[in-house]
Design a protein around this ligand. Structure first.
Ligand code: MGD
Ligand code: MGD
Ligand code: SF4
Length: 813
């Protein structure tokens, strides 16, 4: 029924059909105008209570991606056995049948030899259908190696909220009811999350709230803020603890949440320890211990000396922020936390929400609303002995080792350390990888010190890349498989939150596909399951046909298309089947869900988590008992003590300080004598993650990023630094760091903090299409920031470090 538009061929009238956008992690519900089977326009889906009819500018670029003439149209096989950046893969077209045969043969060979763990699955951007390709298929083949991109994305940002209030995920911010927003390295009018919604709501917000933003460059949001705080990169933790010091000494904390001194007298006085027994805490835990361990001496004057921000501004912001309590938001973005010691800055910035009682409160920060998707049927009964044995091996990213705690949700090795997998593969540590499938990712471009991935990928004897475009990653592949575009051609569902709601937008095929693209997360595993069954290993196929029957008719899927739709129906059934209604929008059946395209939750229940947070104490932990236990367990696992763990992981804290939010000096690569400038990486407004580079609008409209220049990849210098370095606007330069060098142009702009050079991430592709590269396969267009960023980590979360991580020098060309 969705293909109605094509039945109207020649009428030139079309219809708005529902879709979902994954141009960033906002995951907005959209509508697409389709005429004669072709998509011509995009807008917000008015049925969504998260984004409504609003769209950010890059939503429209999905059309350019969809009809990109450089998209891969058929499966392609490598004919050059040599691999390397200088080796043309010499791809030739093959049929889907041949491609799937090659994959099935390799998997059978690994299983036969007892080497199923040497199979690996890498994923980049995903929908929640991922569990089929990334989850169950990897396990049923018999490998522990499903490696996600999460740690090159935003894990550091989840660390602070988890180890204070027990929430591992993105927060939503009640911007329409707030009175003060303090942003830390997040630019929600251009990046971060819910850009469509915030762009719509921000006018109201600016009318009724003050906005302050800590950023080394004047971002789109900073340009419209009341206060821009251009701190030295890496000093967010210092500013946050100094602000906490002011809030406590001035008696401005929110008593209904934190509690008060039993006799009402404020004993938070600079330099003085406080007796814990004198304070009666309510919904928080350890505020006095936090003061004693990390705050009592941390005055605004102390922070001024190291952060470059005047004490008066620190004090003013802290006081105005706290006076707005509890309608005050401390908004944590990637800037302060995706750093080598970012975990503690993450805790420090988020802890301010606890002090002003903003957590879970009107005008404050919120976690996710309840939703009722159910995922997929279990597969344990299909795991054979090979699979059970294979999945027991250590993972290739080395998570959980002494120096890589990756404490997601409190568990040693609980999270991924994506970029480390390159070293695991290259060094065959813990073992070699013999076959890998990867989808919607481009790690040798998107991960810091991406060149390491070139070496790692060259080592994998059989690499399959499922993608829309032949990217840098595809260059090393043995098979490249043409994928559907997520927004117009794929089955799936997403979950995201904003505006006090959670919505679940549906992805569905809504246009006529000109080529035989196949859906990465569902169609390909189904077809591969059949091929494996033909070779005598039918567990995957049996799982698919026995467990994924249509929930309405009970019919088993006969082909990959039925499988995709039935699987989507199964996972979302509680949202559309009236017999199983649990809450939120009432939708009358699958056909209606497909037509509306989105389900919305009930509104946010403010304060429901007060006293019931998922921390060890059930409270908001200023002294993180939860982190203490996690670190203790990790140390025990390695037969050592916590201080040793902190030392090998490059943190400064020892003893009790490790359990409270505090400031750590930034860990920066490069000697300041040789490399005088700090490099500031940031997202472009039109970056659809790493996927905009072959779209012409990306270059035509580059100056949508404050300070940037159309058609160029320009590094932005403060005029003071430029004068000292003898640089003028439009110069061609090399930026050199301790690990690599890139070429680009320059522009001068007062919106960069002196001592820093800022440059957008996104250009520098040497593959990806005829527009993205100057000469495809040979010469990049602009410079890839990741070629100068070292591969380092915030080891407690596993997050890759991008910010305040490297110094650079400049050479004029
Ligand atoms: P992308 O770079 O977006 O993903 O990094 P990755 O997860 O590696 O690349 C996705 C690839 O999928 C494309 O190269 C293309 O091959 C393919 N593709 C494109 N469109 C589609 C599609 O519709 N369907 C399918 N199946 N495939 C498609 C993302 C990662 O990058 C993230 S999430 C972040 S937050 C980081 N951001 C960032 C940064 O801000 N600065 C720097 N320096 N590096 C960064 N890297 C990180
Ligand atoms: P980043 O872009 O990683 O994170 O979105 P954000 O949370 O906004 O944050 C980098 C910001 O921090 C930059 O503005 C940079 O100038 C600033 N910064 C650098 N160093 C420091 C520092 O030491 N301190 C402070 N305070 N700031 C610093 C992440 C989110 O964005 C993610 S994870 C994804 S996957 C989405 N990707 C995406 C995209 O590709 N393009 C656009 N336009 N939006 C996106 N939204 C999502
Ligand atoms: Fe929403 Fe992000 Fe797509 Fe913009 S790019 S429409 S904010 S998902």
């Amino acid at each position: 029924p969705l293909k109605k538009a094509s039945a109207q061929t020649g009428t030139q009238t079309g219809q708005w059909l529902p879709a979902a956008c994954q141009g960033c992690t906002s995951w907005c519900a959209k509508q697409v105008y389709v005429i004669d089977g072709r998509a011509v326009k995009v807008r917000g889906n008015p049925h969504s209570k998260v984004n409504g009819g609003a769209s950010c500018p890059r939503a429209h670029m999905a059309l350019q991606q969809l009809y990109d003439p450089d998209r891969i149209k058929v499966p392609m096989k490598r004919t050059n056995p040599e691999k390397g950046r200088d080796q043309d893969p010499k791809f030739v077209p093959v049929s889907w049948d041949e491609a799937l045969d090659m994959m099935a043969d390799r998997i059978m060979e690994l299983r036969k030899k007892g080497e199923s763990h040497k199979y690996m699955l890498m994923r980049g951007r995903y929908t929640y259908m991922r569990d089929i390709l990334y989850g169950s298929m990897t396990k049923l083949i018999g490998s522990p190696n499903n490696i996600s991109h999460s740690a090159i994305c935003a894990e550091g940002e989840k660390f602070g909220p988890y180890y204070t209030e027990g929430f591992w995920g993105y927060r939503q911010y009640d911007v329409e009811n707030t009175r003060y927003i303090l942003l830390w390295g997040a630019d929600p009018l251009a990046a971060n999350r819910q850009v469509s919604y915030y762009s719509k709501a921000w006018g109201t917000t600016l009318d009724q709230a003050k906005v302050a933003i800590v950023e080394p460059r004047l971002s789109a949001t900073a340009a419209k803020a009341d206060e821009w705080i251009p701190a030295k990169p890496g000093y967010d933790g210092a500013l946050a603890v100094a602000m906490a010091h002011v809030i406590l000494t001035e008696g401005l904390w929110y008593k209904d949440f934190v509690g008060d001194f039993k006799d009402g007298e404020n004993r938070f006085i600079e330099g003085r320890e406080v007796d814990e027994d004198l304070f009666a805490e309510k919904h928080s835990h350890g505020v006095v211990r936090w003061w004693n361990l990390a705050l009592k001496d941390k005055t605004p004057q102390w922070a001024e000396k190291i952060s470059g921000v005047e004490a008066a501004q620190i004090r003013r912001v802290a006081v105005e922020f706290a006076e707005a309590a509890p309608r005050a938001i401390s908004w944590l973005g990637g800037g302060p936390v995706m750093q080598v010691r970012g975990g503690y800055a993450s805790m420090a910035c988020h802890a301010l929400n606890g002090l002003v009682g903003a957590c879970d409160n009107l005008g404050g920060t919120m976690v996710s609303n309840k939703e009722y998707t159910s995922g997929f049927p279990g597969y344990d009964q299909y795991l054979d002995d090979i699979a059970k044995k294979g999945t027991q091996h250590e993972k290739i990213d080395q998570r959980g080792r002494l120096e890589f705690p990756c404490l997601k949700k409190g568990k040693s090795g609980g999270g991924v350390i994506t970029n480390r997998a390159a070293d695991g593969i290259a060094d065959e540590d813990p073992y070699e990888i013999k076959m890998a499938i990867a989808y919607m990712n481009n790690f040798n471009f998107s991960a810091p010190h991406g060149q390491r991935w070139d070496k790692a990928l060259s080592k994998i004897p059989f690499l399959v890349h499922i993608t829309t475009n032949a990217s840098e990653f595809s260059w090393f592949a043995d098979l490249v498989l043409p994928d559907t575009h997520h927004m117009f051609e794929k089955w799936g569902y997403l979950k995201s939150t904003g505006n006090g709601y959670r919505h679940v937008p549906l992805l569905q095929p809504i246009i006529d596909m000109p080529f035989d693209f196949k859906i990465d997360e569902t169609e390909i595993p189904f077809l591969l399951g059949k091929k494996l069954a033909e070779r005598g290993f039918d567990n995957l196929h049996r799982y698919h046909v026995e467990q994924f029957a249509d929930p309405e008719t009970g019919k088993s899927p006969e082909d990959e298309k039925q499988f995709s739709e039935y699987a989507t129906k199964i996972a979302t059934r509680d949202l559309w089947d009236p017999k199983r209604y649990k809450g939120g929008d009432k939708i009358n059946g699958w056909e209606e869900f497909k037509k509306i395209g989105v389900w919305n939750s009930d509104p946010y229940p403010y304060r429901a988590r007060w006293g019931k947070m998922k921390t060890e104490t059930g409270k908001f932990e200023f002294y993180s008992q939860t982190l203490k236990t996690a670190l203790e367990n990790h140390a025990k696992k390695h037969d050592t003590n916590m201080d040793h763990v902190l030392e090998v992981c490059k943190y400064e804290a020892r003893g009790e300080l490790a359990f409270v939010p505090h400031h750590e000096e930034p860990y920066v690569h490069g000697d300041p004598e040789e490399y005088p400038l700090l490099f500031v990486d940031h997202k472009a407004r039109l970056n659809r993650e790493g996927r905009s580079a072959n779209c012409s609008w990306y270059y035509e409209l580059k100056d949508l990023d404050p300070g940037d220049v159309n058609y160029q990849d320009a590094a932005k210098f403060n005029p003071r630094d430029a004068a000292a370095l003898g640089i003028e606007k439009g110069d061609k330069i090399k930026i050199i760091s301790p690990v690599g060098e890139i070429e680009c142009t320059t522009t001068l702009w007062e919106g960069v903090r002196p001592g820093c050079v800022a440059k957008c991430y996104g250009q520098g592709h040497w593959a990806y299409g005829s527009r993205a590269a100057e000469v495809f396969g040979k010469k990049p267009r602009g410079g890839n920031n990741n070629y100068i960023l070292p591969a380092d980590y915030d080891r407690l979360s596993g997050a890759s470090a991008y910010y305040s991580t490297t110094r650079v020098k400049i050479v004029k060309l």
